[in-house]
Ligand binder design. Structure first.
Ligand code: TEU
Ligand code: CA
Length: 579
């Protein structure tokens, strides 16, 4: 209907500027590179793009450490290039979202430089400063035991002014103090309205549930006694004033009719999620919930885990829990996604990623996972390279040499230093990172089979190494081949759009929650239903689809020719429409 917002049934393509396309041979992707590929993006059939941070930044955390909200990181281009990109998207009938990172700034932002300059500076309280605690013997300790997301204490001592500042992420990412209305107004003016006035259509909102801290800063319970500081998500996520702040931000966004997708980690209760996205609350349009992609991570340190440490029954329980928000029983909305710049590649986590020696299994599993994510309800997000089945870095790549993410490297160095007595520790850390590191999603986009995969010029040194498999796995090889992963995604997005009521808004039901090999689920709409059958294993599985398919049905999508109702081949997937 005319009152349905554009974004509910949309597919949105996420771009990581450093790794998408380099236009000038410096080895770093850039805005002109993106502009030159907009026809390709449009040809996929997506409605919008989300551009990861392109703001000025010292790049300790790939631009999530912003030193100036109103300027662009010079290697990416200029503000004028962003204006050109906005216009070029709109000319093609696509919308554009920017990334809004307002939990913290860079320590090189002018606001923080002032704040740390003295205790009496007018911007001192724009960040979160606290005195030390002292033990009886005079040992200095941080205000509490919180651990930062990237390791070590969440508090950094400032020699100059003899206080600690809070950083939930890297040391170079001090948390803003949202308690002060003066600070909030400055954030809205600089980070939010500066770009809304340029005509963007909305924001992906970073760490949207962390702005309101409990002001007594309680210690986190000790969940791992071997760590000197503790994960404290449940204390700083979803804090006391968070919804007041987001309603305030919402007033501004509504003036521009801007759409928002908030990043909502560590929020397991669906009632809490609904508070952010309920239409009558007027806070966010939708959120990213991490229930599904967090599967297989460790509870204390995220990478304290082993590869493929998940079960299908756990995965389907996470799907069922999150789909309940978008089944029409609430006035809220959410997303469906398997990849982003913080995740390893989905074919490596859930399928077969060996495109060179097992091309058939790789291709089938990439298509099966595409059917999986696209047939769930919610706004669909596709991450660059996912549409061609890009894979994790080879497991034998040297971590210290090739990985760039501070999260990976901090973890690796922590294990090296603190677990010397445990002979297997380093090998386990390597295996976990080879499977789950954020680096895997950040490798250069593979455009063709020329040196450097067409990401940059042949003689350039790309900022991150190009995957060894690029001669086999690249856009050029797939773009005109009807059986390719890329062609499959285009058809899938077309079919999803044509049947949006059941694909994007249908009611999910699992058919056999304890099955550890095959995931068969239904999606119901008023007139029709989907039956989606997915084999998550590399073996043939016996199934009984006839029971679910009663009535007239047709096959909308599949990744094998034959379609017997009593068996699924390795990584086979089918989507049936039942009327
Ligand atoms: O991520 C925030 C977040 O909570 C996590 O998903 C985080 O990436 C993960 O737990 C770390 O291993 C956002 C951005 O997406 C991420 O790239 C940034 O590093 C982070 O915020 C800090 O701005
Ligand atoms: Ca460049």
């Amino acid at each position: 209907s005319s009152s349905t917002p554009w974004w509910k049934t949309a597919a949105i393509y996420q771009i990581y500027p450093a790794s998408f396309k380099d236009s000038n041979g410096d080895g770093i992707g850039d805005l002109p590179g993106i502009i030159g590929k907009l026809d390709y993006i449009q040809s996929l059939g997506v409605d919008a793009i989300w551009l990861c941070p392109m703001y000025d930044s010292p790049q300790h955390d790939m631009g999530y450490d912003i030193s100036d909200y109103e300027a662009v990181y010079a290697p990416y281009g200029t503000v004028a290039d962003v204006e050109t990109l906005i216009a070029a998207c709109h000319e093609r009938g696509m919308r554009i979202l920017l990334d809004l990172v307002i939990n913290h700034t860079s320590d090189q932002h002018a606001w923080f430089k002032e704040s740390r300059s003295s205790k009496t500076n007018p911007k001192r309280n724009w960040y979160i400063w606290r005195p030390a605690r002292y033990d009886a013997d005079g040992t200095r300790r941080p205000p509490n035991n919180w651990r930062s997301t990237f390791g070590g204490s969440a508090w950094e001592w400032d020699e100059e002014t003899q206080e600690y500042y809070l950083h939930l992420f890297a040391v170079q990412q001090p948390d803003l103090n949202w308690e002060l209305s003066e600070t909030r107004v400055a954030i809205y003016e600089s980070a939010v309205e500066f770009w809304l006035r340029k005509g963007i259509d909305g924001f992906r909102v970073d760490t949207v549930n962390m702005y309101s801290k409990p002001l007594d800063f309680p210690d986190a319970p000790v969940i791992d006694p071997t760590l000197d500081c503790q994960p404290a998500y449940s204390l700083y996520c979803n804090g006391p004033r968070i919804h007041e702040f987001l309603r305030e931000l919402g007033h501004i966004l509504q003036r521009y009719n801007a759409m928002t997708v908030g990043e909502l980690p560590h929020t397991p209760r669906m009632a809490d999620v609904l508070d952010y996205v309920s239409a009558k609350q007027k806070q966010l349009s939708m959120v990213f919930q991490f229930d599904l992609v967090d599967i297989g991570f460790g509870a204390g340190l995220r990478y304290d885990t082993s590869p493929r440490n998940w079960t299908l029954s756990d995965l389907r329980a996470r799907v069922a829990r999150t789909q309940a928000l978008v089944d029409g029983s609430t006035d809220g909305w959410s997303t469906t996604f398997l990849e982003n710049h913080d995740q390893a590649r989905s074919v490596s986590r859930f399928g077969c990623d060996d495109a060179v020696t097992h091309p058939e299994l790789w291709e089938r599993s990439a298509k099966m996972l595409a059917m999986f994510v696209a047939s769930l309800s919610g706004t669909l997000f596709v991450y660059q390279g996912q549409e061609i089945g890009m894979a994790n870095a080879p497991a034998d790549w040297d971590i210290e040499e090739e990985y760039k993410d501070l999260d990976s490297l901090n973890y690796y160095n922590y294990v090296k230093e603190h677990r010397r007595d445990d002979p297997g520790a380093l090998a386990r850390a390597k295996a976990a990172l080879a499977h789950l590191a954020r680096d895997h999603g950040r490798m250069p986009m593979q455009w063709d089979a020329t040196p450097n995969a067409g990401f940059t010029t042949a003689s350039a040194k790309p900022w991150m190494r190009v995957h060894d498999n690029y001669p086999t796995l690249n856009v050029k090889r797939q773009v005109h081949r009807p059986a390719s992963v890329l062609a499959f995604w285009r058809e899938l997005l077309r079919v999803r759009r044509a049947n949006a009521a059941v694909f994007a808004e249908g009611v999910f039901a699992d058919t056999d929650a304890s099955n550890e090999a095959v995931f068969v689920f239904e999606k119901r709409a008023v007139q029709q239903k989907l039956v989606v059958a997915l084999n998550f294993t590399a073996d043939r599985q016996v199934v009984d689809l006839a029971a679910s398919l009663g009535g007239t049905y047709k096959t909308l999508l599949k990744n094998y020719e034959e379609e017997p109702l009593d068996a699924l081949q390795p990584y086979e997937g089918r989507i049936y429409l039942v009327q």
